[in-house]
Design a protein. Structure first.
Length: 584
């Protein structure tokens, strides 16, 4: 993940430089304080006497150190913050960009809450490490190494005595670090699961309430939180044991060093000021050594988080993506030749079994059949949400795979049965069909979609906020916004997942009228749910268990008394059957 820091490495190195300077300045305090004691007791060294002539000058030197420490600390914090904020923005953008270009199969295998957690909680964990813990880790290492160098210069004998405790501390650091990393990673995974539960429950809150399952959802969330707490407590247990050991080793070593050093002072092998400096250095070193386990554990947590982020960044993008591909013009001649297909998540179940069909430019074709027959799969393959398992799909005689994904999708417009709008304004939702559309073009699209009247009735007009997923609009209003969006796109190929099946009579009339205008002059594929609405299309393909079993006009298929005839008979009221048969 540090590759994201690379563009700002000069600033980051500058921050490390200030960090090292600040740490070294800090290490000057114990030395000068010890010298101050030696000066007061008449034991100052000649070399230092030449540089600092009295106690006042030593105190002045300490004041300068404080000012320098303040300046270096500020510069360190600011530079690290500057790098971290820019790096985190790049990482978040990189993750979102990667998600935008993931294939549909990627999202079928993951839940939105999990992905949201990756971009929020995991990136936040990494941000804390880059801005705080990594800098703190480096500062403590510099203090540790620099402090040991200072005391080794002051008294090698006493230093070697103190360092005897280091090998067991390092060994225990490695052992505890493994446990902390393992459980921290589990905690991040469990936390992602809790976010998934919250996201699903809130997105489907109307379903939860209608089935009075609030207590059930609370129970699921409580169980998920228990797993988070259990793993977090295990990680904290190991970290707590580790910190306790460090504290015991630290204070035990200080006591032993004071005991040993006091004997050296009595023997005349060490000056009292140097012993005082040595003890202060030990406190600094001990503080760094004591703080390292907690900082190290936080870095290990970030390692677990970055492993999950790396999984997303390493995923293969959607095949056929060319972000710089220019749009291509097509006539809308669509052909399916012996197409077989199984969903990647269910490879053992073949959805399409040798489908062959043709839609000529400007034709209106409907796909009819029972649920699960493969109607939606046919349009999904045309939009290259998936690639066919066998056979081929041609657009204007050219294999679909020869087109860049964005280029061919730019020639298609989709009006789904269940319209999901973005949470912004009506204008933004219509303009989503063509982002550079003018205000007049947006209004004209709304007018053609029979949406202008109800839009202008709102006090804010086109600036009306539709709410999350368009919740503030009725079903018919949402459908007309979706149709306006498709009109603005001006597609060559139109895909309609019959948009009137769940509307009242008045809304259905307005939507159907808008759809009729939209279909004029375009190659149109309609996924038919209510068969009575597709009598006027050019051709109907009837699907059953992944195969085309019949094709023809409404009248032709009704005359055959086959699958289509039976489906129509099942949908209409008894009083309507005679009229349908006579019409056929």
């Amino acid at each position: 993940m540090l590759k994201y820091v690379r563009p700002y490495r000069s600033t980051y190195y500058l921050g490390i430089f200030f960090l090292v300077l600040g740490s070294l300045v800090t290490l000057g305090f114990p030395y000068m304080l010890g010298d101050l004691i030696n000066s007061a007791t008449g034991n100052r060294e000649a070399a230092l006497m030449d540089a600092l002539e009295d106690i006042d000058q030593i105190a002045l030197g300490l004041g300068i150190l404080i000012a320098a420490q303040m300046l270096f600390s500020f510069l360190r914090v600011y530079t690290f913050s500057l790098v971290t904020q820019k790096t985190m923005a790049d990482i978040r953008f990189g993750l979102f960009e990667r998600l935008m270009f993931m294939p549909i199969t990627f999202f079928e295998q993951r839940r939105v809450g999990e992905l949201t957690s990756r971009i929020t909680a995991d990136v936040q964990q990494l941000q804390q490490v880059l801005s705080v813990y990594l800098a703190e880790f480096l500062r403590q290492v510099v203090t540790l190494v620099g402090g040991i160098a200072w005391i080794l210069f002051t008294s090698p004998q006493l230093t070697l005595f103190m360092l005897a405790v280091f090998p067991p501390v390092v060994l225990i650091t490695v052992v505890f670090g493994r446990f902390i990393r393992k459980h921290s990673k589990r905690t991040q995974d469990d936390l992602a699961d809790t976010n998934v539960l919250v996201e699903e429950s809130l997105h489907n809150i109307s379903v939860v309430k209608s089935f009075t399952n609030e207590i059930f959802e609370l129970g699921r969330y409580r169980q998920a939180l228990k797993k988070v707490v259990a793993n977090a407590l295990k990680a904290d247990l190991y970290r707590g044991l580790f910190i306790s050991f460090i504290i015991f080793a630290l204070f035990g070593t200080i006591i032993l060093v004071i005991w040993y050093g006091a004997g050296m002072v009595q023997d005349g092998d060490l000056k009292i000021g140097h012993l005082f400096s040595f003890i202060l250095f030990m406190v600094f070193i001990g503080g760094s050594l004591g703080g390292l386990p907690d900082v190290y554990s936080q870095i290990l947590k970030a390692v677990g988080a970055t492993e999950r982020l790396k999984e997303i960044l390493d995923e293969e993008e959607e095949p056929g993506i060319d972000k710089n591909q220019k749009e291509v013009a097509v006539n809308g001649h669509v052909q399916y030749h012996n197409v077989r297909f199984s969903y990647p998540t269910r490879p053992e179940s073949e959805v399409l079994k040798g489908i062959s069909l043709e839609i000529k430019p400007g034709e209106k074709v409907a796909l009819a059949g029972s649920s699960g027959a493969g109607k939606s799969t046919i349009t999904s393959l045309l939009m290259r949400f998936y690639d066919v398992s066998e056979g081929s799909i041609l657009v204007d005689g050219k294999p679909l795979s020869d087109y860049a994904v964005h280029a061919i999708r730019a020639q298609m417009g989709v009006v789904p049965q269940e319209v999901i709008l973005f949470g912004g304004t009506i204008r933004e939702n219509i303009a989503y069909g063509r982002l550079k559309a003018t205000e007049e073009e947006i209004r004209d699209a709304a007018r053609q979609a029979n949406a202008l009247d109800f839009i202008e009735e709102f006090p804010e007009g086109f600036d009306t906020v539709v709410g999350d997923r368009g919740v503030k609009l009725s079903g018919g209003q949402r459908q007309r916004i979706a149709i306006a969006r498709a009109i603005l796109r001006d597609p060559t190929i139109l895909l309609l997942d019959e948009a009137t099946s769940s509307l009242d009579a008045e809304s259905e009339r307005l939507v159907q009228d808008a759809l009729d205008k939209l279909m004029e002059g375009r190659t149109t594929i309609i996924i038919a749910h209510r068969l009575g609405t597709i009598r006027d299309v050019d051709r109907i393909y009837v699907l059953d268990h992944g195969q085309v079993v019949e094709s023809g006009s409404h009248q032709e298929l009704m005359a055959q008394t086959g699958t289509y005839h039976k489906l129509v008979q099942l949908q209409v009221q008894p009083s309507e059957k005679e009229g349908l048969n006579l019409e056929a």
